[in-house]
Design a protein around this ligand. Structure first.
Ligand SMILES: [Zn+2]
Length: 443
């Protein structure tokens, strides 16, 4: 039965029809909970990783922690013929920049770049955070294990680098340890500005912040639920773009939301046992994360995190009060769950890095016609294009049609008013770009 179906598929065309790719399953299997456990344990051993903590000690403080992270990336690189370019990226923040910066401090991020073979200047990013905190945000000496917040995200990023370093990709991937998160998202701000200045084409950032807790403060325990936060539209949109949305739509179709849909879809395809929850907001209510400075700079960025948080284990001095054990300690991290969320990242990095660039312009038309028309700019390296559409109330791209290597198509019988549309570029290998929502009108 299966063989027949495959034969029929291949008799139509050889392009864009691979439903799944074995390499993606191999990547999922290769992610190791033991590695993540070892790395979270190691990060906890630095005592505190507060952004303004000691940088001289070899055993304690953020200096020792970032040197260890850099050395780990270098070890991974040594095992793949120097396939990673490992470096620090630094910004000096002056005392008093906000009340969490009580002395001048060098904010130091650690970067490991796996250069793409075909589109080296296009980057998909994965990040975790180096820094940790306790109850008093300016306490730089007390034990601050930050096991879940955010050694889990940092360890996941290291493990994704280990697994993906075994492959070559067409687009570049950067694995990142960001610093200064708790003091005001300083590492992300610095790196986003650096990327813009260098002219890097950022496809997007998958920011991981707390990927190891499965027991919620609400009593819910789940090792399959997780959240994908994305803001609806880019904060950098122009007045003109905002006005156009009133007439043509796009209120829930910004670039970060398309990246969130991509991650949701890849997860459902390859890890159907997981429950990805798309959350239609930038971040948790009134709280922040390191994807935001990338969004502020005009780049797509999402936050991947656990679904059920435990607030007694975040940003807390280690203590017992009224029988409750406070503190972000190692024993609260579920490494098998962190492994799954790391796999979610790794397969999305791979899928995007194996895909062609998305079309730059997508035009749509079809006012008072019984058909929707789409036109797009062709992409160097794409084997073909796929048109997506969905009901206006649906969160996901539910309908699609692969239309081959052309640059315009009319969907007969599909009334433009009743759906939202988008176009993705498809690689020979079947991998697809993120969907592009129309950014122009055919008159
Ligand atoms: Zn935090």
């Amino acid at each position: 039965m299966k063989t027949t179906a495959l034969l029929i598929l291949f008799s139509f065309s050889t392009v864009g029809l691979c439903q799944t790719d074995q390499r993606i399953y191999d990547i999922i299997d290769a992610v190791s909970a033991e590695h993540i456990e070892a790395d979270v344990s190691r990060l906890v051993q630095f005592g505190t990783r507060h952004t303004l903590s000691d940088t001289i000690s070899q055993t304690r403080g953020i200096g020792a922690a970032r040197r260890w992270i850099k050395a780990e990336f270098e070890k991974i690189s040594a095992a793949c013929n120097a396939c990673l370019d490992v470096s620090y990226q630094k910004n000096l923040v002056k005392k008093g920049d906000n009340d969490r910066i009580f002395k001048d401090v060098e904010i130091v991020n650690v970067l490991a770049v796996k250069l793409g073979t075909k589109y080296p200047n296009r980057y998909i990013l994965m990040s975790g955070d180096i820094d940790s905190r306790v109850s008093d945000i300016n306490n730089v000496t007390s034990d601050s294990p930050g096991a879940n917040d955010n050694a889990s995200g940092m360890a996941g990023t290291l493990e994704a680098a280990r697994v993906l370093s075994k492959y070559d990709f067409e687009n570049s991937i950067i694995f990142i340890g960001l610093s200064g998160e708790e003091q005001g998202l300083y590492g992300g701000k610095g790196l986003a500005a650096h990327a813009k200045e260098k002219g890097w084409k950022i496809i997007g950032i998958l920011n991981n912040d707390m990927i190891g807790n499965i027991k919620g403060v609400d009593g819910i325990i789940s090792n399959t639920d997780f959240r994908i936060f994305s803001e609806p539209v880019s904060p950098t949109e122009t007045e003109q773009q905002r006005n156009a949305r009133r007439f043509y739509g796009g209120e829930v179709d910004g670039i970060s939301r398309q990246l969130a849909r991509y991650v949701h879809k890849t997860t459902q395809t390859y890890m159907p046992e997981m429950n990805p929850m798309m959350i239609y907001r930038l971040d948790r209510f009134g709280r922040g994360g390191h994807h935001r400075p990338f969004n502020d700079t005009g780049f797509a960025g999402i936050r991947i995190m656990e679904a059920h948080e435990n607030y007694t284990q975040q940003h807390q001095d280690i203590r017992t009060e009224d029988g409750i054990e406070y503190g972000d300690k190692l024993e609260h991290v579920n490494f098998h769950y962190a492994k799954k969320l790391t796999a979610v990242n790794a397969i999305n990095l791979a899928a995007i890095a194996w895909a062609p660039p998305a079309p730059e312009t997508v035009m749509i038309g079809g006012i008072v016609e019984p058909a929707a028309k789409l036109q797009w700019s062709k992409v160097d390296g794409a084997a073909g294009y796929k048109i997506y559409w969905r009901d206006t109330t649906s969160p996901t791209w539910d309908h699609s049609r692969y239309v081959g290597d052309i640059s315009e198509y009319t969907l007969d019988g599909v009334v433009i008013d009743n759906f939202f549309f988008g176009v993705a570029a498809v690689e020979e290998n079947g991998f697809e770009s993120v969907v592009v929502f129309p950014n122009g009108i055919i008159r």
